[in-house]
Ligand binder design. Structure first.
Ligand code: ZN
Length: 121
């Protein structure tokens, strides 16, 4: 294994926190997610109340972000699980090692660029 998984784990965890705060900020009605982020939400509820005005603006501003954030959170979680399982960095389609440059660009990717392109077609 030539991949520095510690580095990617740190990056993924950071990204996960960002996604969770995005999702929590949008206050969506998904109870399973609320459970997961309950800790985070209660700890940030103090300053949450203070900026109601800007929140309204932001809510309109990134309406479409909500689903994307949830989907990406799932992918980030899955990537972290792959790190734990020791399978991180292997393409889920062809099984080859995903180039580190690609992992740096998209740490939660499950596919090498060739298979990702095939799928996008
Ligand atoms: Zn592949």
């Amino acid at each position: 294994m030539s991949i520095d998984t510690d580095r990617f784990r740190a990056e993924l965890e950071q990204h996960r926190e960002r996604l969770r705060s995005t999702i929590a900020h949008h206050d969506i009605g998904n109870s399973s997610l609320t459970e997961e982020t309950g800790e985070l939400m209660s700890s940030s509820s103090d300053n949450h109340l203070a900026d109601t005005a800007s929140e309204t603006y932001e809510r309109e501003f990134d309406e479409g972000l909500e689903e994307d954030a949830q989907e990406q959170l799932r992918q980030v979680d899955a990537a972290l699980q792959r790190i734990e399982a020791g399978t991180y960095g292997a393409c889920s389609v062809c099984g080859k090692q995903i180039p580190v440059e690609r992992l740096e660009a998209v740490p939660w990717t499950t596919m090498c660029i060739d298979d990702a392109r095939k799928l996008a077609r």
